[in-house]
Each structure stands twice: as structure tokens, then as C-alpha cells.
Design a protein around this ligand. Sequence first.
Ligand code: ZN
Length: 428
Amino acid sequence: MIIRNVRILGGEPVDIRVADGMIAEIGPGLEGPETVDGGGAIALPGLVDLHTHLREPGREDAETVQTGTQSAARGGYTAVHAMANTSPVADTAGVVEQVWRLGREFAHCDVHPVGAVTVGLEGKQLAELGAMADSAARVRVFSDDGKCVDDAVLMRRALEYVKAFDGVVAQHAQEPRLTAGAQMNEGVISGRLGLTGWPAVAEEAIIARDCLLAAHVGSRLHICHVSTAGSVEIIRWAKSKGWNVTCEVTPHHLLLTDDLVEDSPVGAYNPIYKVNPPLRTRADVEALRAALADGTIDIVATDHAPHPVEDKETEWSAAAMGMVGLETALSVVQEAMVETGLLDWAGVAQRMSVVPARIGRLGGQGQPLEVGAPANITLYDPSARTEVDPSAFASKSRNTPYEGMTLPGRVVATFLRGRATVLEGKLV
Ligand SMILES: [Zn+2]
């Protein structure tokens, strides 16, 4: 098959010949019996998400492996890491293999289960990390995401344990006592609205501690969804010491701010903006963008968190935290990072494909688009303008903060090892 007229990382137009799931030839004027017209779209290596909630098993009313991977494919992703806070929790070889098998069965994208750090995400006892690493799912990323591993001794043990198989502990940095009952970013607006604040220090204190622990035991630490300017400063310092620390930012933390809780196109106190960690201030957003541009923040991860309508369309304090994100991630990154001149397409490819695959130790993903690489390819038209219509999402859930907004860009096609999962913006 020939994918005709695409611009790799935004470069000159070329054709790509795909054979046996690999890129066989790149050049102008390639001929073949079967062709896909790229229409001058940008070709990126298939996107890789380090932080997706697929909700299966247990909350199939919110998302399933099938719908979540369809959503991923529509967003240009060829691999996702499925977070462990399912029901049952993915804390044994049995559960991670179940999720991995579901991923193989539906195959809209690769599914790599994340293993829980502690049994039942309860923060009391280490889960069977070695058994999950040795299972068919080959787990390399471990996280209690949704909850923080707040016990320093357990965190230290987990960091020591994963060294044996080159794993990484991905921390949801939230000091629990500082955030008891927290509803939104602690600041001027939470004070005015009378909502319990989620202070930046509750994130920053855990990040500082865990950077020190990772350095102490010589292990690999990843920080989920960094959201404050102070977190960025701590991670910049840890990296300057040569410590093995990586981190992610979500698309929504690159674009949205906490004043939307008070005043937005969909009114005040609209739980569509309720998310954990919370939306922060404009100064935080600016710091996160700068840090993603200069490499202090390594990657963009969606924290795609589907919730059914009844869990979101309720009063603020009772509403679930989280936003769907797979189908809008690339557009939001274009808006926040590319349109602002902070990143070019090569930079986007690094942060949304190459580096997340490296952190997750995925050999067959995040490879540069070169002859001999797996044909995991995302075609993206940055000149398109799309009004976000949640009813068109492949995700089972609709909890997007971008409904009705016009965002730049559109995923034209996604190829997983040479097989189209999306063509002309539609699932194949
Ligand atoms: Zn989290």
C-alpha cells in the first residue's frame, strides 16, 4: 500500500510504501495497486498515551477497552497505557492479562496495562509487581493513579522493586491530608466561591519527596499530570542533578484555568471543569507550556477519564473528577503549543509518541518514520478547524470541556502496523 502525499513532521511532500506492517520505502512518485491519498497532511509517528482510563473491567457504562481504543484511534493514537484503577483493580497478573487480551481482541490500538503499586490501591501493601512484569502483559509502568502512594516507605520499596525489570513508578502526586475534601485549585477563586481548595503544595511536596527517594535508590520515577509552576521548578532541579525523573502534562492543563469554575460559556460551578489535579491559574499554564517546550516536562499524556452523564451532570461537590481527552488531545496541543510558536511538529512527535513509548519501554511504538520502522502513522491536517461535537466521539462518555469550541486541526487517518484504524476521520 502507498500512502501518498504526506509531509513527515511537516517537511516536504513524500509517499510512503507500507509492506508487512513496516515502512518499506519513502520517496516521491511511488506507484502501487492500493493507495491512500494523504492530501498533504502531516505524518507523525502514531501517538502513544502513557495515561488512559479505559474503565474495563468494572465501569463499562463509562468506557470499555473497545470504545476507549476506538476513541484513541480517532485521536491519532496507536498505543495507550490503561490505568489500574478498575474494578477489580489491576493489581495481579490475572487482571492485567485480562485487559491486555481485550486490547488484542479489539486492536484499534495497542493496550498496555498499568499495574497497581499497592493492593487494591489502598496504599498498605505492595501489589505483585514482579508477577505483573512477568505476565503476558509485560507490565513496565506501575501506578496507583487516582490515589497517591503517600507512604514514603512503600514508595521507596516500589521504586527499589521495579529496578529488577526496568520498570517505572508513575506517581499521582497528591498529599491526601492537605487535599481532604478538595474541590478546586486553592486560591482567590476557591475562596470567593467557598469551595475547599486543593493547594499546589500538596502536589509539590510529594514530587519533591519522590524525586529525593528515586535518587536515593537509583530508580526510575515518573510524575503524572504535573499542574503547577512550583512542580516544574522542582522537576527542573531534580533533572539538573541527573536523576532519572520524567513527567507529563495533560492537554487541559495546557489550555484551561481555574477561573472557568466561576465564569464560563456553560455557566458557573459547571462540573465539566472538575478534574484532578484541578485546573490551575494562568501563571501555572504559562509555566507548564514553557516547561513542555524546554523539555523539563517530557510528554503530553491525556488522563482520558470517561464518566457517564449521571456522574458529571450533578452539583459540583458531588460530581466525579475527570475529562475525556483522547479525541481532542492533538488539537489542544496544536492550540496551546504549536499556534503559540512553542513547539514544531517534530517537537510534538517527541512529546506525544517517541518519549512516552520510551518511558513505557514499548519497542514497537514511537519509532521515527523511517524505512524499516513499524508503520504506526498518524495523518493530521493542522489547517482544518473543527467544532468539538461530543456526540460524534467514539468514547462512550461525553465529558469534554471543549464542547462547542472550535479547535484547530483534525486527525485524518491512523495506521497501526500498516492497517488503517481511521480513514478520513472515521473509524475503519
Ligand atoms: Zn491521576
